[in-house]
Design a protein around this ligand. Structure first.
Ligand SMILES: [Zn+2]
Length: 295
């Protein structure tokens, strides 16, 4: 079984030809710029060109930015990072063009599915996933499958409110978790305190400085405040944290040793794990979904 696997993001399109007999390795991944500023139509043409070069395939698996209707395989909503992408019938375009089944998932949901079958979630039937970056994405896995909600939008953990009437969020509302606990928020907090522009990696490199350490600990307090709410809602055996910043081992270790201060004792069995699939996360989840769909 050969699957053309594509991960569409605002910055890059990652892709590989997955062959069931050979399995998957991150080394198979190729990447090309999305050139999203030229619009979604052009982006879809690039995707078609990529798939067209793969030869004979049995299916197309897509993980993509934006809110996705996985039944229709279309984009319910996308931000201006890919202009004109809202409403795009991705599945219809690809399956009509190549005459094979196509499967389309939101990238955060796909990444969670990838963790469920090939990553940090393998040992668990149920778990939740959060990805920290410019914002905070989330996904809910129940019985090794995605919980979508009534409009395919469940798991938007970045917009649970952790500060009533707090900071303005990118969504237009106030006090959202991601305005305080995203990587972007850590960068902002650092800039406010020491007036230096540093990215997440630089901040952690300079953790031996007491002021920087205190900023990181306040940020972790925000991170754990949100996690505590989710733990009390879902009582999950595991929470998987992803996004570049989670490669700092200090974070996962710190949360695992302090999260119990934020939660009621009877929820204490929760384990915090780092996402394992890195750059391949979305592609792996899309492949999982396509394999399930083809069986
Ligand atoms: Zn928000």
């Amino acid at each position: 079984m050969k699957i053309a696997a594509i991960d569409i993001g605002g910055t890059a399109i990652k892709y590989c030809l997955y062959d069931d007999c050979l399995g998957f390795s991150g080394k198979m991944l190729k990447e090309t710029p999305s050139n999203a500023n030229f619009g979604a139509q052009k982006l879809m043409e690039t995707v078609c060109e990529i798939v067209g070069q793969m030869g004979k395939i049995d299916a197309i698996a897509v993980s993509t930015a934006g809110q996705v209707d996985p039944v229709k395989g279309s984009i319910i909503y996308a931000t201006q990072s890919i202009p004109g992408y809202t409403g795009m019938p991705v599945k219809e375009i690809l399956s009509n063009r190549f005459n094979v089944p196509a499967f389309v998932e939101n990238d955060v949901n796909a990444a969670a599915l990838g963790e469920a079958f090939y990553g940090a979630g393998k040992d668990f039937k149920d778990f939740i996933c959060l990805t920290y970056g410019t914002g905070i994405g989330g996904a809910i896995i129940i019985n090794r499958d995605i919980y979508y909600g009534s409009g395919f939008s469940a798991g938007e953990f970045g917009h649970i409110v952790t500060h009533a009437h707090g900071l303005l969020c990118g969504c237009g509302k106030r006090g959202c978790y991601e305005a305080y606990a995203s990587t972007k928020a850590l960068v902002r907090m650092t800039k406010e305190k020491i007036n230096e522009d540093m990215d997440g990696r630089e901040i952690f490199k300079r953790m031996s400085a007491p002021l920087i350490k205190s900023i990181v600990l306040s940020w972790l307090d925000e991170v754990m405040t949100g996690l505590a709410s989710l733990i009390h809602i879902f009582n999950p055996p595991c929470i998987i944290l992803g996004g570049g910043i989670m490669n700092e081992d200090f974070i996962i270790d710190y949360i695992n040793s302090h999260i119990r201060e934020y939660i009621i004792d009877s929820y204490a069995n929760v384990e915090i794990r780092k996402a394992q699939n890195g750059n391949s996360a979305g592609i792996l989840g899309a492949i999982c979904r396509a394999k399930q769909g083809l069986i």
